[in-house]
Design a protein around this ligand. Structure first.
Ligand code: SIN
Length: 271
């Protein structure tokens, strides 16, 4: 892949690219936006350093990739006056953190977000990394027999599981069915689309069979060969493609504080 208006440094051979040559506190050129689209499609997750963005900068950046997805279930954590921006925060008083288990954001929604853009302004002195896994690579590594078996199946994604135990009063709890193997609308590649955070059952097969298959897939997608690990610094940004990536936020920094804001880009119905 060649770029003229940005630089992309791969984090691992399989996934992740650190972008330089852009200032996200200002509007981007059309060429930069086009090349960032290419970098996201190629690297699955892209990362930026030293970008002290405002909420308006954050929303402008998200809008280069489509509209903004406002998930019903983020209502308790929205920034006042900026419903598009969700607070991602943990400190000494926290009893949970968002996204601790492997998941694809809001896969419980009918049209889950295309991607998530997380800006971190405060980071713990050590720890608090996020790990990402490439679901194309996870699919490619399945045997042909397993691919044939999974193709055409659907699974239920339920936010009552995803947000189990942390559901403030009045929070909406969507659940929707999606293909177990989806085809990415931009790259045309197949990827695994079941995740431990939200997927409860593969439909149309006995519960015991579904449980066994999901247990296998939830472990399979975490293989280190599919992964990269991002170490946050103040004003870092991670932008991941929820259609072909899963991620997990590691809560190893308690009682320290880690704090940031997330904006999600509108997606479509998984096929
Ligand atoms: C999330 O799952 O969106 C949060 C990820 C993180 O805090 O690193």
């Amino acid at each position: 892949m060649t770029y003229e208006s940005i630089q992309v440094t791969p984090l691992t051979p399989t996934i992740g690219g650190v972008i330089s040559g852009v200032d996200l506190t200002r509007p981007l050129s059309n060429q930069q936006v086009d090349e960032l689209h290419t970098a996201l499609a190629d690297r699955v997750c892209i990362f930026f350093r030293d970008q002290p963005i405002s909420h308006e900068d954050h929303k402008r950046f998200a809008n280069y990739f489509g509209g903004i997805h406002i998930a019903e279930s983020t209502a308790p954590w929205r920034v006042p006056g900026h419903p598009e921006v969700t607070i991602i925060h943990a400190d000494k008083d926290s009893t949970f953190v968002a996204g601790e288990d492997w998941h694809s954001d809001m896969s419980c929604d009918a049209e889950p977000p295309l991607g998530s853009i997380l800006y971190m302004h405060t980071v713990p002195p050590y720890g608090g990394d996020t790990v990402f896994s490439n679901m194309y690579a996870a699919y490619d590594a399945l045997s042909d027999r397993m691919k044939a078996h999974l193709d055409g199946l659907t699974a239920m994604h339920d936010s009552a599981v995803g947000f189990g135990g942390i559901t403030p009063e009045g929070m909406k709890l969507p659940r929707h069915s999606h293909p177990v193997i989806r085809t990415h609308p931009v790259t045309g590649r197949k990827c695994i689309y079941v995740n431990k955070g939200f997927t409860t059952a593969i439909e149309g097969i006995p519960a015991a069979e579904s449980d066994a298959l999901l247990a296998y897939l939830f472990v399979h997608v975490q293989h280190p060969m599919f992964q990269c690990r991002f170490a946050w610094q103040p004003h870092s940004i991670a932008f991941w493609d929820n259609r072909c990536a899963q991620h997990s936020a590691i809560w190893d920094y308690f009682p320290n504080t880690r704090s940031g804001f997330r904006v999600q880009v509108l997606g479509d119905t998984p096929h």
